[in-house]
Write a protein that binds this ligand. Structure first.
Ligand SMILES: [Zn+2]
Length: 171
């Protein structure tokens, strides 16, 4: 497990003994999404990550979800539904963010722009130490990575994109 990425003091603690008992019974199926409006944590760790997006009555897909209205046609309210999107896509651009350090590591953050298979483009932090092995057009998939614990000791996970393994490289 990676070190916590909480940079500003972390989560409020519970008494030590209580915390110990909770940790002893920790169940990976109880993972908690760091950004629950953006992705679903599947019950089984091996399941593919699912992103949450929106689709309007005109068929325009948005990620992150657009609650205020479709950015393309302005549809809103009941004309927008929440949908599940595959956490997979194609890397278009990437860069080292030298002024921001990667949590739990001495490496700088690598940020990238991805076109999801469902259509929307999204800016993400890539789960890599450097830009070696990255290229425009690379297939990438989202993985859930532990980034800390909540006050009950449940693992908090966030979605990070990295190069797809051969078995994941579709499309
Ligand atoms: Zn629309």
């Amino acid at each position: 497990m990676r070190e916590s990425s909480f940079e500003h003091g972390g989560v409020p603690g519970t008494p030590d003994c209580e915390r110990f008992l909770e940790r002893a019974g920790k169940d990976m199926s109880e993972r908690v999404a760091k950004r629950p409006t953006l992705f679903i944590v599947p019950a089984a760790p091996s399941r593919e990550t699912v992103l949450l997006g929106t689709r309007c009555s005109g068929g325009h897909v948005s990620f992150p979800p657009q609650q205020m209205g479709c950015e393309v046609c302005g549809a809103h309210g009941e004309d927008i539904e929440t949908i599940e999107l595959a956490a997979s896509g194609t890397l278009t651009t990437y860069a080292m963010a030298h002024r921001q350090q990667r949590p739990g590591s001495d490496s700088p953050l690598v940020v990238g722009s991805i076109v999801l298979d469902a259509g929307p483009a999204v800016e993400v932090v890539l789960d890599v130490d450097d830009t070696e092995g990255l290229s425009s057009g690379l297939r990438v998939v989202g993985h859930l990575v532990p980034v800390g614990e909540d006050e009950s000791g449940r693992p908090i996970v966030d979605c990070f994109f990295a190069a797809a393994r051969p078995s994941e490289a579709r499309g």
